[in-house]
Design a protein around this ligand. Structure first.
Ligand code: SF4
Ligand code: SF4
Length: 468
């Protein structure tokens, strides 16, 4: 039997060096090994579903609207087929706060599962680009040998084919990304129309393609480790009771290689380093939870395979909390997890309620700015107003409005009978009130908006009159 006695400075290297950094401060290129296992199979299923949703998203529509649209330039946003107008800004703000809180609370309790299982960066890197690389260049050892080998025709062919496919997929991602920003129809116009009419759109496709290619061909794990703000937050979000991919040091240490016929005097870790070889961010999870760990679970599959071979229980690396490992208590749904989950559910419930109860028609009434009152025939006093209807549905809605004030009547200047679908419709009108009915120079009024025989909105406004 041989217990692992490593150079202490080598053991501690992870403390002050990034995993992708070599001893000279340059890039240490990683060649992660791929080990099959139940978690990889599940991740593959999740990735296929999410990729199908991502690429299909811009082409799906609900009630005439695309499923998602994030048109920042024109300030048009659609989530799950529901359009959001600037008037819905409070909902977007609440949604963003809920999202940030959700991510924070979720991470505090369940760790970085998002990164390993659902983040587009990980899914594209591990399930698309890495697979192409393995398909063309071979497994981790073959890839390492190829990079070290001189430039031969075979190497040039492999590298050119790989980077051509990388560019092609980056181009596809770029188009999909743009479709989420400007909508599929506008994207088709850029693709099919004269390029001179869409220089901005064409330039965006080129720039996005370049960025995605750079991310997946060169930056790779650097994105997760140093660029992604969510990754950088892990240090403040995780604590001893957060559930993360963790090495059971109580059971595993002291680690040591095993030899046939020798009595076992070590912990369960046989120091095979397979968990390090499979890690896409190049870390050794046996050093404890680290910022670089994206919870991809590759090391769990790898270690479980090793444990099965040496007839030791699986789960030496598993989803667990540091507290659970040290106190040797099985993973359970603690009071803290229940409380945080309840808060998460409450937030999602609140947002759902606000979305469901959102009105289809939003009305704004504004007195014409800079205008005072006018005296009219019959001892009436009039004020000029504009009315705006934002119809958030895909069907035209009949609209009318009335004023509830003694003797008040409305004279339409720019009439509105229908609020156009998915658009803003404007009208202009006068409110006339008999002067004798005005008690004040500034009278509060209520405009009732009626659609399909129902009062759907009540808007407060003011009416200026002569001083009494
Ligand atoms: S330590 Fe394990 S879970 Fe974390 S990134 Fe590496 S392989 Fe994935
Ligand atoms: S794969 Fe398991 S047994 Fe091998 S070094 Fe990692 S923790 Fe130890």
């Amino acid at each position: 039997m041989e217990t692992s006695v490593q150079n202490p400075s080598e053991n501690d290297r992870f403390r002050d060096h990034l995993s992708f950094e070599n001893d000279h401060g340059g890039r240490r290129w990683l060649y992660p090994r791929v080990e099959n296992g139940p978690l990889l199979r599940r991740r593959t299923v999740v990735a296929v579903v999410l990729l199908a949703a991502l690429f299909g998203g811009p082409f799906l529509s609900v009630d005439g609207h695309p499923l998602f649209l994030f048109n920042v330039i024109e300030r048009r946003f659609i989530f799950f087929g529901v359009p959001f107008w600037p008037q819905d800004f409070h909902l977007v703000a609440i949604g963003l706060i809920t999202f940030i809180l959700f991510i924070s609370l979720f991470t505090v309790v369940y760790g970085r599962v998002w990164c390993g299982w659902a983040c587009p960066q990980t899914i594209f890197m591990e399930m698309v680009f890495r697979k192409i690389e393995i398909w063309i260049e071979g497994d981790h050892n073959a890839r390492k040998r190829l990079d070290a080998a001189p430039w031969t025709n075979s190497k040039i062919t492999k590298k050119v084919s790989k980077h051509f496919l990388f560019l092609l997929i980056s181009f596809l991602i770029s188009n999909t990304f743009l479709a989420y920003l400007i909508g599929k129809d506008e994207l088709f116009a850029i693709m099919t129309d004269d390029v001179r009419n869409h220089l901005g759109g064409f330039a965006s496709i080129v720039v996005f393609t370049g960025v995605f290619y750079l991310v997946f061909a060169r930056l790779r794990e650097i994105v997760c480790i140093t660029i992604c703000p969510y990754g950088r937050l892990q240090g403040v979000l995780l604590d001893k009771s957060s559930v993360v991919v963790a090495y059971d040091h109580v059971r595993g240490e002291p680690r040591g290689k095993i030899r046939k016929g020798e009595t076992l005097k070590t912990g369960d870790c046989i120091d095979c380093a397979l968990c390090v070889q499979v890690c896409p961010t190049g870390i050794d999870i046996r050093n404890g939870t680290q910022l670089e760990c994206i919870n991809c679970t590759a090391c769990i599959d790898a270690c479980d395979n090793v444990m099965a071979k040496v007839n030791r229980p699986k789960g030496l690396i598993r989803f667990d909390s540091l507290e659970g490992i040290e106190k040797k208590v099985p993973l359970r749904f603690t009071g803290r997890m229940k409380a945080y989950t309840a808060v998460l559910l409450a937030l999602v419930g609140l947002l759902t309620y606000l979305l469901v109860s959102r009105s289809d028609l939003e009305t704004t009434v504004l007195r014409a700015p800079g205008q005072l009152f006018q005296r009219e025939a019959g001892s009436y006093v009039s004020n000029l107003y504009t009315i705006e209807f934002v119809n958030k549905t895909t069907r035209s809605l009949p609209v009318s409005f009335r004023v509830s004030y003694p003797g008040a009547r409305i004279r339409l200047v720019q009439p509105v009978g229908q609020a156009a679908p998915d658009a803003l419709t404007k009208g202009v009108f006068f409110i006339l009130i008999p002067e004798k009915n005005l008690r004040d120079s500034n009278t509060k009024l209520e405009v009732e908006v009626v659609s399909n025989g129902k009062v759907i909105d009540r808007i407060q406004t003011s009416f200026l009159g002569p001083t009494h």
